[in-house]
Design a protein around this ligand. Structure first.
Ligand SMILES: NC(=O)C1=CN([C@@H]2O[C@H](COP(=O)(O)OP(=O)(O)OC[C@H]3O[C@@H](n4cnc5c(N)ncnc54)[C@H](O)[C@@H]3O)[C@@H](O)[C@H]2O)[C@H](O)CC1
Length: 358
């Protein structure tokens, strides 16, 4: 099959948790030299832009950010800072922030952000005020089942656990990053085979997509590449019917989130081409200057397409490297030629001076 990298298929290649972790390690390594804080900022900016696009401030003025203990929590805090500077009201629930997250929390403390107490009750109380929940609890390093205090937050977010609050405002829509928190990061092609990673005694979710005891988000933002654990969620038939480029803008009070088709975005436009080729990621092309891409309804890439893209990416990389070597050789030859010319001019000048002196 003849495929050109200029027109990659509108299809997605899923990665396992171990491949996602290998990608992170490579990006952070001296070879690629990305400090985690830089990638967290880039991810945070894209996440904030997507939240702003899907949930405009006039209708969804208050965002509750659930920040986990790892880098995903830091992504959420970076997004929170951007959203705050753009005018959203922000509350953060994040009981164990360390490293980059601690620094981001310090930054946020100067932006009039409301930090909730670390108990689950504080989170539950604030759910009544929030218009959107940004779920940045766990990313690809999650290994279920969730431990407290996170397990209780996941229970609060799962629709079935909200029945007792039916007389209150409906649960706000949830934006999840990489993997809805609580879901297994690695899964086969069917949601039925996804093992419970949260409350093992909970019933299956009402939409049949989420593993038992887990919630289904309205928006999913995959960073770098979608993880195998979201296959079933992303490929649900209603997702394919979602009109592209149309944000979900119903007022919060009427937000029938359970019926909303999932919006799926890809962000993380920072993967060096050589690394993409090396890991066989077969990433789609981003548009213009945007750091995110709406991939709602995109099907899974076939093995054949992935192999063809991988081969082409490798070939292109080799060509770039060869071109680089040729450019370097040309530059060296040019520099040598200039040196020789300069030396010749000096000798000519010296000869003239000697002649004049004589
Ligand atoms: N290349 C990229 O796309 C980038 C993605 N980024 C984001 O980073 C996360 C992955 O970050 P990492 O720190 O490796 O892991 P997590 O955020 O998933 O959290 C690990 C953290 O959670 C604890 N933990 C794990 N399982 C449990 C559990 N069952 N109960 C309680 N706690 C648990 C664990 O101990 C750690 O403390 C990725 O998803 C992206 O969101 C970066 O921005 C960089 C680039």
């Amino acid at each position: 099959m003849a495929l050109s990298l200029l027109t990659p298929p509108r299809a997605l290649r899923y990665v396992s948790a171990s491949l996602a972790a290998a990608l992170d390690r490579a990006l952070f390594s001296p070879t690629h030299a990305f400090p985690p804080a830089v990638l967290i900022e880039l991810s945070g900016l894209a996440i904030a832009q997507i939240v702003a696009r899907e949930y405009p401030r006039h209708t969804y003025p208050c965002v509750l950010v659930a920040a986990g203990p790892g880098n995903q929590g830091a992504d959420g805090l970076a997004a929170a800072r951007h959203l705050r500077t753009w005018g959203w009201k922000i509350a953060v629930w994040g009981p164990r922030l360390k490293g980059d997250s601690e620094q981001l929390a310090t930054q946020l403390s100067h932006f009039d952000v409301h930090f909730l107490d670390s108990d689950a009750q504080a989170f539950e109380d604030y759910l009544e005020h929030a218009d959107v929940v940004l779920d940045t609890l766990f990313g690809f390093s999650f290994q279920g089942p969730a431990r407290e205090p996170y397990a209780e937050i996941l229970r609060l977010l799962s629709s079935e656990s909200r029945i007792e609050f039916a007389f209150r405002r409906p649960r706000p829509p949830i934006v999840s990053v990489d993997i809805p928190s609580g879901w297994p990061v690695d899964a086969s092609s069917s949601s039925a085979s996804a093992s419970s990673s949260s409350s093992s005694s909970a019933a299956a979710s009402s939409d049949g997509l989420a593993p038992p005891g887990c919630f289904t988000p309205q928006v999913l933002i995959s960073l770098s590449a979608p993880k195998t654990g979201v296959r079933a969620l992303v490929s649900q038939p209603s997702a394919a019917l979602a009109p592209p480029q149309q944000p979900a803008q119903q007022p919060r009070a009427q937000h029938a989130h359970a019926q909303q088709p999932l919006k799926h975005y890809l962000a993380g436009r920072f993967i060096p081409p050589a690394l993409e080729a090396e890991l066989g990621l077969a990433l789609p092309l981003y548009e213009g200057t945007q750091g995110w891409l709406d991939v709602t309804g995109w099907p899974e890439m076939s093995e054949e397409e992935a192999k063809a893209l991988h081969a082409e990416a490798k070939k292109r990389q080799e060509e770039l490297e060869e071109q680089g070597v040729r450019d370097a050789e040309m530059a060296e030859m040019q520099a040598e030629q200039e040196d020789e010319e300069a030396q010749g001019a000096d000798e000519e000048e010296d000869a003239k001076t000697v002649k004049a002196d004589a």
